[in-house]
Design a protein around this ligand. Sequence first.
Ligand code: C2E
Ligand code: MG
Ligand code: MG
Ligand code: MG
Length: 276
Amino acid sequence: SSRRKNGTVVTFFEEEINKLMQKEMDILNQLIYGLKNNEFTAFLQPKVNLMTKEIVGFEALARWNSPVLGFVSPATFIPIAESSGKIREIDNAILKQVLEWQQKRKEKGLKLFPVSVNISPVHFYHESFVDDFIQLVSQYEIAPEYIKFEVTENFELVDLERAKDILLKLNSYGYKSSIDDFGVGFSSLSYLQKLPFSEIKIDRSFVSNMNTNEMISIVQTIVQLASNLKMNAVAEGIETLDQYNFLKEIGCLIGQGFYFHKPLPIDEAEQLLNVE
Ligand code: C2E
Ligand code: MG
Ligand code: MG
Ligand code: MG
């Protein structure tokens, strides 16, 4: 009967959901252990001046190689860390590795490069975010221009004024922020001019689809918009020579992507700077 059929369907989904929840719980348990065990590592992806191909900075990206689970992608562990309240610890673990790298370069008398760290909206809106950050960074002697924040726009900016206050507070200490994955969210245009970001990161989905005139003109519009708002435009996910050439033509000054460099372990990023 159909009733029995329905019962079977429900049971099937319940089983699937239980399995999923169990899998997430397993990841969360390993993640908590992994944080204590320093399993989260900062990789650095170079940001490149598209006119000269010179490295002008880096983006720090979290990598997790768990002895139990193997390599786990940020796409998997970041959402679990966000919903369990562990994301601040991950962001800070990455931030610390970046600060330590900068401090070492400074002590060796080497040139410093700005490094952008990703801050989850959950972390960004936490009441003690700025104070905790200032407390952490004060243990190092790194000028504010060498640490930047990337905040994804995919969060609901219900509290525009709060976002503005946080960005202004960071700015008052000299720290600048980028709006990440620009173009993917909804109300982007309306709040962009209200928020004191210094950089717009054009989402990879736009860059990878620059094979029609429509797409090219959308990217061109974002670059123009950034320029009008006195912000830098950075193209994400450049993978091909064609994409690189288009971006150069429309005047996008900075980019990053596998065409230039993949995210690298810190010592490989260091080597790369030595040969540059
Ligand atoms: P995102 O901040 O937009 O980072 C860009 C992503 O694109 C990275 O993926 C990077 O490895 C990837 N990517 C760079 N160039 C290319 C390219 O040419 N082609 C392709 N296909 N991909 C490219 P990843 O490292 O897997 O990170 C995914 C997302 O996870 C990040 O997106 C960011 O939102 C989040 N994430 C990573 N690390 C952290 C972290 O330390 N804290 C927080 N809160 N989020 C992080
Ligand atoms: Mg980012
Ligand atoms: Mg991005
Ligand atoms: Mg992203």
